[in-house]
Design a binder for this molecule. Structure first.
Ligand code: GDP
Length: 320
């Protein structure tokens, strides 16, 4: 007898990670995939989300939909960051429970960890001290998402999982100079400086913060693999009271060294000045990925290779 296909909903399939997950799942035969435009399904609208979920009764949900952006976007749009993330995740997680979904994956980020935190960041350091100010509204929303998953699991024995990713980058990223994250922001700025033959380029912050970066294709692979882990194994791993798992590669690089890496890839030989009137954000964000590696899951793309691919994508979409 032919096995019935599992119904999978990807919330946020137009975003960088959602699109990468969708592309990978399309290659697998055992899933019936669902994704909707914002016009057809507004995830901020609880009634619409409830109706859609109760009608379709999904088996698996990837909750990738979120308001995301770099350090400057977080500073300018704090209300959007907290309201949209809280609302989307609350609507989707509750509808997943009501419609009896068997599994859900919630995506968060390592900005949930305190500003002055022991490194590398272990899952258990969540809520151990104050958050970093630059993205506190976003981090609070993501922490609420983790706690939603955890609370539904406790009360209703659901299988809602959450993964905390480092800074993601890659194909499908936004290259907006003001709103984007650091890698895509720098690709756009350094490329323009090269084109305009600028002798100097000013970069935000001191260059001292340390960040971990995960290429989006690797992130998508990891998310799918995490969802394939058996329920007992996953929940035993994230015990005693936490539902979240760090994903990434555990490798940190300073923003200064990142700038030089991107400068070399693009071939810009002007001078770099660090503009300290811009915020640095977290001093250091590098995850402890021991739990992930015990599952035998690893990322494979080096930062150098990932940035080259992202730069190729940037050029292709600029000149298409
Ligand atoms: P964060 O990890 O939440 O701080 O997010 P970002 O990716 O926005 O920023 C990482 C670090 O890169 C911060 O210390 C920024 O000050 C620094 N940075 C330097 N130049 C840029 C830029 O052009 N865009 C962004 N987003 N950050 C930059």
């Amino acid at each position: 007898m032919r096995k019935k296909k599992l119904k999978v909903f990807i919330a946020g399939h137009k975003g960088m990670l959602g699109a990468a997950i969708l592309k990978k799942l399309k290659k697998k035969k055992n899933f019936k995939l669902f994704y909707e435009s914002k016009k057809k399904l507004d995830l901020l609208n609880q009634k619409q989300v409830d109706t859609y979920f109760l009608k379709n009764k999904f088996d698996i949900i990837y909750l990738c939909a979120a308001r995301v952006g770099g350090i400057w976007a977080n500073k300018i749009y704090p209300a959007n960051f907290i309201y949209e993330n809280l609302t989307i995740q609350t609507n989707v997680i509750n509808a997943a429970y009501k419609s009896k979904a068997s599994k859900l994956l919630f995506i968060g980020s390592t900005c949930i960890y305190p500003k002055h935190c022991k490194q590398p960041l272990k899952e258990e350091y969540l809520l151990s001290s104050k958050l970093e100010e630059s993205n506190e509204p976003y981090a609070i929303a993501k922490i609420a998402g983790i706690k939603l998953c955890e609370s539904y699991n406790r009360q209703y024995q659901t299988d809602f999982r959450s993964v905390m990713a480092p800074n993601m980058y890659g194909e499908g990223d936004s290259f907006d100079a003001e709103k984007s994250h650091v890698i895509s922001g720098l690709i756009g700025k350094i490329y323009n400086a090269k084109k305009k033959k600028l002798k100097k380029l000013s970069v935000w912050g001191t260059g001292k913060p340390i960040r971990e970066f995960l290429y989006v294709d690797d992130a998508a692979d990891i998310c799918i693999k995490v969802m394939n882990i058996r329920k007992e194994i996953f929940h035993k791993l994230v015990k005693p009271n936490l539902s979240h798992l760090n994903i990434g590669n555990g490798i940190g690089i300073s923003i200064k060294n990142l700038v030089f890496l991107i400068k070399n890839i693009i071939g810009y030989d002007g001078q770099i000045n660090f503009d300290t009137s811009y915020p640095d954000g977290h001093p250091k964000k590098v995850a402890n990925i021991k739990k992930l590696t015990t599952l035998g899951i690893k990322s494979k793309t080096t930062l150098d290779k990932g940035i080259k691919k992202t730069y190729d994508f940037y050029l292709k979409q600029k000149f298409k």
